[in-house]
Design a protein. Sequence first.
Length: 503
Amino acid sequence: MTTFAAIDIGANSVRLKIARLRGRRLVVLADDREVTRLGESVFRSGMLDPKAMAQTVKVLRRFRKAILKHGATGVRVVATSSLRDAQNASAFVQWVKSSTGLQVEVITGVEEGRLIHLGVIANTRLSADRVLLIDLGGGSCELTLSVDHQIRDIISLPLGAVRLTREFLQHDPPKKNELEQMRAFIGEEVSRVERRMRSAGAQVTIATSGTAAALAESAGSSKKSFTVPRAAVVRLAETLCRSSLEERRAMPGIGPRRAEIIVAGAAVYAELLTRLGLTSYRYLPLGLRDGVLAQMLSEYDHGTRAGRQVEIERENSLVELGRRYGVEKKFSIRVRGIALKLFQRLKRIHGLPPEYESLIGAAAMLQETGSYINRTGRHRHSYYLIAHSEIFGFNTQQRAIVAAITRYMGRSRPRLEHRVIRILPELDRYYVARAVAILRLALALDQSRAGVVKDLGIRVGATKVQITLQTKRGTGELEVWAVEKEAGYFRTVFGKDLGVSLA
């Protein structure tokens, strides 16, 4: 049976969730968590501590045993702020790979917010049209504005509970000047986004992860609703900062390890609710790993709720990025349509994995972005812009593939010695060359940029692929000329001649 496993390596803890697909829904089989404080030293020295790394690797070995026990067919491991900030992050990633076989993917704060939003949307029915999501982790705090179930804005702030505790709170209970400095820092960060978030007019605020859960239970909220009023959070924040570690540990819902960082976490929530004019928050027992599972499900089955959500996110993100860089929308959509037809009708010879259909489609939408910088060298510029942009629903490796495809829409062709090809996984180097051939052919089929090709017929023979164009009357000669120019590269990639004619 199809089973997915998601691991979230955070600054405070490492979490695992394993779920099995039943019908079109995921059923949780295992849920585990252990505090390792991987990010603790990063926020002081900029480096991951060897002991914290060793402890985290030990936990990941245990998680891997659980993954094998449940027969997971797909595994994804993501890491957040501690590895984003650590100078020795690559050494840790290599250690994990060699010790467990797991590949760690370091995601951005924006991608973290998107995945958390996806996890909430995929697992909850939201009645409000405008929702603000708050996820406060060990190293960062993500604020995501959702309108009609679609992301309108994501902000990642350096306001994690572990980060703030290590930066400011050196005594127990904290000294007055320590609290004042921490609150000033929190206030400065929140003030930068105050107007932006207030103007959004969120009707409901949803909070996820451990700090929100601890504050909800400690404030005495009903587990049925888990709604926490702002006044209760502000009072609790004041009580916590005057309490000793032992007193905090004895409070309901906080626990022994959370007590060490809850003062900072409570201060962030109190500031956010007050500054942003939020009357309360509702706690949901969801998090980043739920979003990772939903993303994996969406890639497995596009027809699921998560799959539809990701497709909409991808489309909106592609259109917005194209708009930002002045791409002609009608043309890019038309080229994508042709490229997807070619993908389907040339399946017998291209042998590309199904995911390449959406990657080629994304490249079609974005291949002209580089002209925003300069038309000369635009394909190099397109590569840079795409590889370094946030495109919802595409991970770092997928963006690198999309960028590589667009890089070769000009005169140059993919070569193994080129860095943009060399950095890709070995199999993708082979696939990209084929994807480039398909998209170049799609561009040739709209060479006049007038949409003259109404449809095309394709006959795949033993030695030749013949394309017959159905065009508007009296047009299509420019497209025939452009396709004939692609015949050489087509032969190199697919080992077949390419012919074209008008119907």
